[in-house]
Design a protein around this ligand. Structure first.
Ligand code: 8DG
Ligand code: MG
Ligand code: MG
Length: 143
């Protein structure tokens, strides 16, 4: 196998939910530049999805998360060179009084909470596809 052969990667993205809001940040990375995305990153060797979600949210926002759970997976062929299998998790902030910090200013313009019914545009492609399909990350409340 030539060393340049691209391989799919595993991404983990986190719907961090607070009331009816979700945490999003405008990306400054080459992939999806200027689009709004969830906190997240690539699965490291030996990690569980929950561990990756906790680590990436902490690295990118400083927030500690709780009630972390798996939601769904999507297959994203983003370009000729980038193919990511994306694991979507949801969680809530461990401490609701903790504010998100922009800890990777080269990768994100800043974090903010957005109403699910009033999301900013443009969303990062894989996230936009989910919203477009009617996907809702919020837990269904008992009735
Ligand atoms: P790393 O390489 O330092 O581990 O991570 P990163 O630089 O923070 O990676 P990332 O691009 O933020 O996230 C990894 C991949 O996860 C991303 O390229 C594609 C996939 N992904 C989605 N949707 C989302 C999303 O809404 N947010 C983030 N951060 N990643 C997402 O499919
Ligand atoms: Mg990231
Ligand atoms: Mg990473």
């Amino acid at each position: 196998t030539p060393p340049s052969t691209p391989l799919p990667k595993v991404g983990v993205a986190v719907f961090l939910l607070s009331g009816s809001k979700v945490l999003l940040g405008k990306r400054l990375s080459a992939i999806g530049h200027s689009t709004f995305a969830l906190p997240g990153g690539h699965l490291e060797f030996g990690e569980s999805f929950e561990e990756c979600a906790t680590r990436e949210v902490k690295e990118e926002t400083g927030l500690d998360i709780d009630k972390t759970e798996y939601l769904t997976v999507t297959n994203n062929v983003i370009s000729e060179k980038v193919h990511v299998v994306s694991i979507f998790m949801r969680a809530v902030p461990a401490d609701p009084s903790q504010n998100p910090q922009t800890l990777e200013p080269e990768k994100c313009d800043g974090w903010d909470w957005y109403e699910w019914n009033n999301l900013p545009k443009p969303l990062f492609g894989p996230l936009q596809d989910m919203v477009q399909s009617g996907y809702n990350p919020f837990p269904t409340t008992a009735s």
